[in-house]
Design a protein around this ligand. Structure first.
Ligand code: 5GP
Length: 211
């Protein structure tokens, strides 16, 4: 899947609307799949309470972001709800060169850019069970003013219309099930151990007959 034939690592993009739970999924994946590299994005938005510079994001000024763009330091970047977000290029390329799988948690415009610059990347759309459920989650998260919340929901509608462009769609209705689907996509070897028959290996003759 995200792993290349030559033994270098792969790139997995997790995109989907704000509030869908991408961050929680990534944290759960880190517990399940050893050696993942999770890219830390640069952003011009202000930190929320509890967010730490260098861990959740690299919080940068507009001028610093301009400099990153000018020096081609970003693998992709996008404007989202009035601020800018981008993936530092070198960290991802180094991780992949060392054979690690890099996870990018980004929005849809950025996912499209990754598709054209790294055609081997696997693009996964994380969808909410319904638009109403997404609204409820964003309201419950309580990180946005009412105006900003509506702006995010408007972007979310557009993003959900783009899910057909992705290699896979994972519905985040139950966290454990969604994580399991992602583990199967990211780490097919683990999946092969769990479901040997469906991978045509290590199964009994009876199993292989079911493939
Ligand atoms: P938030 O402000 O809620 O942290 O993020 C807003 C949106 O920006 C989310 O959909 C998030 O996935 C996306 N995002 C975060 N980092 C990046 C990035 O480096 N590039 C792009 N294109 N989007 C990002």
């Amino acid at each position: 899947m995200g792993q290349q034939q030559d033994g270098t690592g792969g790139v997995f993009v997790l995109a989907g609307p704000s509030g869908v739970g991408k961050g929680t999924l990534v944290q759960a994946l880190l517990q399940r799949v050893p050696g993942l590299f999770v890219s830390v994005s640069a952003t011009t938005r202000s930190p929320r309470p509890g967010e730490v510079d260098g861990i959740h994001y690299h919080f940068v000024t507009d001028a610093q972001f301009d400099a990153l763009v000018a020096s081609d330091g970003l693998l992709e970047w996008a404007r989202y709800a009035g601020t800018r977000y981008g993936t530092p290029r070198q960290g991802v390329l180094d991780a992949v060169a060392r054979g690690r799988t890099a996870i990018l948690e980004i929005e849809v415009q950025g996912a499209r850019q990754v598709r054209s610059s790294l055609p081997g990347a696997v693009l996964v759309f994380i969808a909410p069970p319904s638009f109403e459920a997404l609204r409820e989650r964003l309201v419950a998260r309580n990180t946005e003013t009412p105006d900003r919340l509506e702006a995010r929901l408007a972007v979310a509608r557009e993003e959900m219309a783009a899910q057909g462009e992705f290699d896979h769609v994972v519905v985040n209705d139950r966290l454990d099930r969604a994580v399991e689907e992602l583990v199967d996509l990211i780490s097919p070897n683990d999946a092969a151990e769990k479901h040997p028959a469906s991978f045509g290996c290590a199964g009994s003759a009876d199993d292989s007959a079911k493939v």
